[in-house]
Design a binder for this molecule. Structure first.
Ligand code: ADP
Length: 261
């Protein structure tokens, strides 16, 4: 599967197929689907069933929050969905293609083209500028340097950090670093963004701002997003909240909206 990044605006001018409307009366495209997904860790004679039969289906453009206590399997699920860890059994389908049996190299290529990751601790490349951190994934996905630069400029502007392009990541605040990480994850125009506690390392005010940016970019770009989070406020504003408990996923009833005033 190969795809170069077309030079389109940050607000996106995705084709109807990419937006999920596949034309006619067909239902919206499914970005991600799993069936009976299982992940078992075995180390030093200890077996941990981290994911125990997860069935999930995400329509194109959906924003899903995954809640759950520490150790419930949130990171494992995101890592397996993005191919950072192999599934033990079960199926993963991305944009209609079965991907759980891909090789490590196959997953790397798939991520380059279609999947963005945001981690709790930002994971920016410290010896590169902000601009280079954001342009690299687009270049790896096949964009020309001009396209990658334009995309980076648009994303940094959209995220309110255009002035930081030349800075080293270590010079930025946590909130700014996570904005850079979000820009980087979106640089290759992925179909799927996976974010693992992206605000877990931020103060509450900054966490709120960063959550708002995820929501805004989901609306504007139509990218399917899955976010592992503890943030109750976010679960009010997202399309769907799921709860992971002991490796099993269930719908989380939406908390009531706060009383006005
Ligand atoms: P969460 O992200 O919800 O805190 P995790 O996915 O990190 O949960 O962990 C789920 C379970 O899997 C925990 O019991 C954890 O100890 C275990 N686990 C996670 N990663 C590994 C690993 N690499 N090796 C063995 N066990 C692991």
């Amino acid at each position: 599967m190969s795809r170069s990044v077309p030079p389109r605006g940050v607000r996106g001018d995705r084709s109807p197929r990419e937006q999920g409307g596949s034309g006619g009366n067909r239902p919206p495209e499914t970005t991600l689907r799993t069936a009976k997904l299982v992940k078992v860790y075995r180390a030093d004679g200890v077996t941990v069933e981290a994911i125990r039969g997860v069935d999930i289906e995400l329509a194109a453009g959906e924003f899903v929050a995954i809640m759950g206590p520490s150790g419930s399997g949130k990171s494992t699920l995101l890592h397996v969905l993005g191919g950072l860890e192999p599934a033990t059994s079960g199926e993963i389908w991305l944009r209609g293609e079965r991907v759980d049996r891909l090789s490590t190299a196959g997953w790397a290529l798939l991520r380059r083209q279609h999947i963005g990751f945001v981690f709790q601790f930002f994971n920016l490349l410290s010896n590169m500028t902000v601009a280079d951190n954001v342009e690299l994934p687009a270049l790896l996905a096949g964009a020309t340097p001009r396209q990658a630069r334009r995309r980076r400029e648009e994303l940094l502007a959209e995220l309110g950090i255009a002035g930081k392009a030349g800075a080293a990541p270590a010079r930025l605040s946590g909130g700014e670093q996570q904005r850079v990480a979000l820009a980087r994850a979106l640089a290759n125009e992925p179909s799927l963004l996976l974010a693992d506690e992206p605000t877990g390392n931020l103060d509450p005010h900054t966490a709120e701002e960063v959550h708002e940016l995820f929501l805004k970019l989901n609306r504007e770009l139509g990218i399917t997003m899955v976010i592992a989070t503890h943030n109750e406020h976010l679960t009010r504003s997202v399309g769907r909240a799921l709860r992971l408990e002991e490796g099993k996923l269930r719908d989380e009833p939406k908390p009531p909206a706060p009383a006005p005033g």
